[in-house]
Design a protein around this ligand. Structure first.
Ligand SMILES: Nc1ncnc2c1ncn2[C@@H]1O[C@H](COP(=O)(O)OP(=O)(O)OP(=O)(O)O)[C@@H](O)[C@H]1O
Length: 843
């Protein structure tokens, strides 16, 4: 079986890319063959056809047009596939036989840069990891060039959780680590790519082996300049307040649990940024609040400064509206995908820098003047763009008009010829008429001779023989050309094409020049995005009456009149009830009781959100706040029941609790919302109690625990650092009224039935429930006596049917005690049991 030469070329190339969909460029299409074609046709819902390729049977084929390929590629890649783009690398017109083709780029889930699934207001990372102690992790946002690395003390699970927490779409790993990570990465929806690095990179950018592996992988797949990738900046996990991904979800920091949208999240609340870069930076800060007091105070000083200079703040906001996504634009400079329009956005952005700098330097507050000094006016790039680039260049280079008039004499001339060619010919006609005296001399054009001078028979004798060359004789006229005319003709006809070629070259030079400034421009971009987030903090502080937090040594926390900023904002005009939260070094565990819907979860979340905002360097929603610097936040909050993840709710609850208990230190904040709700009452209550005791005795972290189990409030007497609080509700006409006010002491009623009533369950059910409750309340004393709070030994599980309490002894019991069960055969056991039962009935 022999294939056509082209198919042989395909097969040779495909051998190098067995795990990729190979997009093979044929004219205006990318074609896929064999298995690739079958699978792609199914995924992309396009027609599967066949192609004669020399063999007996037609081979399966499908294809997508070149100009609309991006959408198809995105579909494949967003489903976790990889696409290799194979282009013609020679001009087909200039080659005989088969055109040379090469794979020019491999697009993978972590290296997809544009499309519907890619939002410019979020970072999209690709990472690499090497397991071992400690595990290394490195990651890059290919669009912006941001590159970071860290090490992780724990196991594979912590690594994958960390990767998910950072929004890493694809994780590159060495072969030996693949098996260990495979299952976990599937669970967390992270694409794993195995890569074997062939040679040492010798790059100054890298900080560890993981960053080297990542860079090598990027070079191998991207096959283009990566000059915008910044040196990896290495950080230790302890530099930041760590919030595991479950808690990020539970606290709705970036994504709302119910809608998956940004609305209703902390990021939505705080995002008063004016630029896409600022919006991304804000999310980075939410993901990684600081853990260093000096750095936090520094950010807060900037917020103070903006608040103290209202007008300046307004002017800076205004100036930032003209700042475009410089980081991504620089990515395009590096990838050579910059368009004229992009360059104009870059120019606009750079022009804002001197303005911003001047504004900041004028400020009275030293924090702002020092920021002003940090902004370096990119004078060389700015002036170059101002000189070279047209006012409003078109989107593509194809039509020309990108380069400004006056930048290149040669280009100006070509453009003049192009647009003014006709004028020039009209002028020539005039001057030739004057020179020769032939009044009806005309200049004309035909396809065969191009431009010519025409003289009617009667005027032919006036032709200037020294210059005119006879070209054609007609019945009543002669046509001539001159050297000057032919020269101009070529110029006029080629002018447009030449102008385009020249413009492309000039633009390419411009891009290359910008490329040499990438690293200083990136620093500038970073400063601008930081400025944007800080001004956004000030906007929020002002708009929502936030306060500057103070930080205390130790665990002391004192929030006065605190609010949940997001719930409050979502409530529009409804009144949010502010609440205090006081945790001292010797009372740092709160057990919160109160009816359903009273606001227990909201209260707990608001404490965590306040801490996070403070450590990001933002003002906080409270009258006053004195906070400890916290190292980790863990939450176990009911709402995020992970049905889609396939884990049972109760299992998930236990896994999250385990992560919190293993990970927490005395400097952490733990939030446990109704632990044990997912199992039977006594099971749940026992677990909750055991956890509280453990945290109290072994961890000592600031902890908020909410519960429905009123029995647990008795623990206050036994655990020194535990204090009962409750969210108050009152009852009016047998209906519950929520006050949302947190008060000292335990709640006295659960009000569950009233909430059911509010939800308009049928009255018959409500009445029956009330009746049952009354019955249970009668039995309650007896049940409670079985639940032992006096010893910390495990509590025995109690069946729901009351156990008969046997007083005195019974002969059957004596017989039972004397049996040697392990030495009996099953038949003996059965007989004995039969006998015992008979005796029992007799008594
Ligand atoms: N401080 C507050 N001021 C005003 N409204 C509040 C306050 N806290 C909570 N709410 C409102 O009460 C509703 C219920 O709050 P939340 O979910 O926190 O109650 P819960 O006690 O945790 O309920 P459950 O026990 O059923 O989980 C919220 O949706 C919110 O709108």
């Amino acid at each position: 079986m022999t294939y056509t030469p082209m198919m042989q070329q395909y097969l040779t190339i495909k051998e190098g890319y067995p795990n990729e969909f190979l997009f093979f460029r044929l004219g205006d299409f990318y074609e896929l063959f064999f298995e690739d074609a079958k699978r792609a046709a199914a995924i992309l819902e396009i027609t599967l056809t066949g192609k004669d390729a020399g063999a007996k049977e037609r081979i399966p084929m499908c294809g997508v047009p070149y100009h609309s390929a991006a959408g198809y590629i995105e579909t494949l890649v967003s489903k976790g596939h990889r696409v290799a783009i194979c282009e013609q690398v020679e001009n087909p017109k200039l080659t005989k036989g088969i055109v040379k083709r090469e794979v020019v780029q491999v697009i993978t889930p972590g290296t997809l840069l544009e499309g519907k699934t890619i939002s410019s207001s979020t970072n999209h990372y690709i990472g690499a990891a090497l397991l071992g102690g400690p595990t290394q992790l490195a990651y890059v946002d290919l669009a912006t060039g941001e590159a970071r690395s860290t090490s992780i003390q724990n196991d594979a699970k912590s690594l994958i959780a960390k990767a998910q927490e950072l929004n890493i779409k694809e994780l590159v790993v060495a072969e030996q680590d693949f098996l260990l990570l495979e299952e976990l990465s599937e669970l967390y929806d992270i694409h794993l790519s195995v890569y074997t690095q062939e040679h040492l990179l010798n790059s100054e950018l890298v900080t560890n082996e993981a960053s080297e592996l990542l860079l090598a992988y990027l070079q191998a797949t991207q096959k283009r300049t990566l000059s915008h990738i910044q040196p990896f900046s290495h950080y230790e996990e302890t530099a930041y307040l760590s919030i595991d991904s479950a808690s990020k979800r539970n606290l709705e920091l970036i994504q709302s649990i119910r809608t998956g949208e940004q609305k209703g999240t902390l990021s939505w609340f705080l995002d008063e940024t004016k630029t896409a870069m600022g919006s991304r930076k804000l999310k980075q800060w939410i993901h990684q609040p600081l853990a260093d007091k000096t750095l936090i105070e520094q950010r807060l000083d900037y917020v103070d400064a903006f608040l103290s200079e209202f007008l300046l703040h307004e002017e800076i906001k205004e100036a930032l509206t003209q700042v475009y996504d410089m980081e991504r634009l620089l990515g395009k400079v590096s990838f050579a995908t910059l368009t004229g329009k992009d360059a104009a956005q870059l120019r606009r952005t750079l022009q804002q820098v001197p303005l911003l700098k001047e504004l900041l330097l004028q400020a009275a507050h030293p924090a702002l003047t020092s920021f002003g000094k940090r902004l370096e006016d990119p004078i060389a790039c700015r002036e170059l763009l101002e000189r070279a680039l047209a006012d409003s260049p078109p989107l593509t280079l194809k039509e020309g008009g990108v380069i400004r008039a006056g930048y290149s004499e040669k280009l100006d001339e070509l453009r003049y010829l192009d647009t003014n060619g006709k004028d020039w010919l009209a002028e020539l006609e005039q001057s030739e008429r004057q020179k020769t005296g032939a009044k009806n001399l005309k200049i004309g054009y035909n396809r065969i001779f191009g431009y010519y001078i025409e003289l009617t028979k009667s005027m032919v004798h006036l032709a200037d023989d020294s210059r005119y060359i006879r070209k054609q004789t007609l019945a009543n006229a002669e046509r001539f050309i001159t050297e000057e005319l032919k020269e101009k003709e070529t110029l006029i006809l080629n002018a447009q094409e030449e102008a385009l070629v020249l413009e492309t070259a000039l633009f390419e030079d411009l891009r290359k020049e910008l490329q040499t400034h990438i690293s200083s421009l990136q620093k500038l971009a970073d400063a601008l995005s930081e400025l944007d987030v800080l001004q956004a903090f000030a906007t929020c502080a002002n708009r929502y009456q936030l306060t500057r937090p103070e930080f205390s040594e130790g665990q002391h926390m004192e929030i006065r009149e605190g609010r949940h900023p997001v719930v409050e904002k979502m409530m529009n005009n409804h009144h949010y009830v502010a609440n205090d939260c006081v945790l001292t070094n010797d009372k740092n565990m709160l057990l919160i009781t109160g009816p359903n819907m009273s606001g227990k979860s909201t209260y707990m979340r608001q404490i965590a959100i306040t801490l996070i905002m403070a450590q990001m360097g933002s003002y906080v929603p409270a009258e006053s706040a004195r906070l400890p610097i916290t190292d980790k936040i863990f939450t176990r909050i009911g709402a995020a029941d992970d049905l889609a993840g396939g884990q049972s709710t109760f299992m998930l609850e236990m896994v999250e609790s385990r992560n919190a208990i293993i990970g927490a230190t005395s400097k952490s904040l733990l939030l446990f919302d109704e632990i044990g709700r997912g199992t039977s009452t006594y099971d749940g209550m026992s677990l909750a109690q055991a956890m509280m005791e453990y945290i109290h005795d072994h961890i000592g972290a600031n902890t908020l625990f909410s519960t429905h189990y009123h029995e647990l409030t008795e623990l206050e007497g036994r655990l020194d650092r535990l204090k009962n609080v409750h969210v108050a509700a009152s009852e009016q006409d047998r209906k519950v009224v929520f006050l949302h006010k947190v008060k000292d002491g335990a709640a006295d009623k659960s009000y569950g039935i009233h909430v059911a009533e509010l939800a308009e369950l049928p009255q018959a059910i409500i009445e029956r429930a009330q009746q049952l409750l009354d019955d249970y309340e009668e039995q309650e004393d007896r049940q409670l006596s079985i639940f032992d709070f006096e010893t910390s030994s495990p509590v025995q599980k109690v069946d729901s049917t009351p156990v008969a309490v046997v007083e005195g002894t019974h002969p059957v019991l004596d017989q039972l005690k004397e049996l040697h069960v392990l030495e009996m055969t099953p038949l003996e056991a059965l007989n004995t049991l039969y006998q015992l039962q008979k005796d029992a009935k007799k008594e």
